[in-house]
Design a protein around this ligand. Sequence first.
Ligand code: FAD
Length: 440
Amino acid sequence: MFEQSLQVAVIGAGMAGLLTARELKREGHRVIVFEKSNRLGGTWLYDPRVETDPLGLDQGREIVHSSMYRSLRVNLPRRLMGFLDYPFSPKEGGDPREFPGHEEVLRYLEDFARDFGLIELIRFGHEVVRVERVNEVSHEWVIESRTRKSESQVEEEVFEAVVVCNGHHTEPIIAEFPGMDIWPGVQVHSHNYRTPESCQNQIVVVVGNGPSAHDILREISSVAKEVHQALRVSDVHFKKLENHNNIWQHSVIKCADEDGKVVFQDGSFVYADVIIHCTGFKYHFPFLRTNGIVSVDDNCVGPLYKHVFPPCLAPWLSFVGLPYKGSPSLIIELQSRWVAKVLSGKVALPSEEEMASSVEELYQHMKESGLPKHHTHQLQQNKFEYENWLVTQLGLPPLEQWREEMYFYALQKITSHDDEFRDTWDVSHRWIEVYKRDGY
Ligand code: FAD
């Protein structure tokens, strides 16, 4: 049945690592999943701890993996988040809402791992500290890992292929501005935001406009004196947000002073107590040693063919889960299937030269469109094109139309400051007809 069965290492037991492990197992590969934490679930494993450096700039800090805040509810309907053959359906004793809290996603991943026999494949408490080819001509990889109990005791093993699934929500991006270092208030990255209490009666600036910024903004507005959102959108002017009596919008922060003043690009200013940076994350692979073959440049991991395979190391090294923005679970699932089938020899990759020129074409296209390199993995409008491309590689039927319709509808809700969209989402809406039509 199997064309080729390999010894494969997967780094991380979050959503990407679990899906990858399942697909590799299905294809008959021998899989070991290295997971530094003692539980699976990655980012969905809520951790009340925060890091010692709340901005996350100190490279020596102990990293807390998850960025979940206590109140987080998913921002996409559960029907979109579920895997193709393992629906994210409400279960007895769980959170039945269409947009459940984070605990429900963790439960779903735990059930998934149990039902597909993945738990026995995971080496918990094993942090991968080095991934390197055995030598420059070999396709084999050395994985060096260490356990929490003994930092100095490392284990080395050799694998025929490695799939990197370490997530990308631990190294914060900060929106720097002049005066940042002398400004006397509290600054924190959303990675280290858990609950709103510390903003009680404070004047808070929230930087960013993504889903986390919207959630955090809304949550702290219920306890803070004033909340000011700084946005990098070209046509934003200082204004109070409709339907909110203590939220204002501004353009980006221009500078800050030691007297607490925060000045925005549009000329408006506030004397603030707290700045929360909801400004995203950098890709980070501290364990990866490829002699510069794969690197992170302007937050683009490359060169990677279709965000997954480095052309000259394919298929022996791959990355699952890099694209962000826009319902990552389906992308992760399709990528993991692709990797598993490529490794078993059932799906072929183009030649190294063809893959390399495809990557170059993508960079060139982005340059001509005026897009910076850090937009490379930011799939949003072109997410369905990419997913359908993966589907074609896998010989699967085209994706159902409702996915696209529902996704763009949800996206519009997320960005519209509609605070109630999770609860007012109409489950008896025509979507239901669409699900039924597609046999969900
Ligand atoms: P992770 O979940 O981060 O898992 C990576 C795993 O790798 C972790 O378990 C980590 O411990 C392990 N690891 C890392 N380094 C090492 C190492 N060196 N050695 C061993 N193990 C290692 N998606 C949605 O679809 N809907 C949402 O509503 C949604 N909300 C989100 C809200 C927030 C605040 C964040 C941060 C993300 C959200 N996402 C959402 C996206 C989410 O990241 C993905 O759904 C998905 O969980 C990503 O899975 P992953 O496996 O790639 O990464």
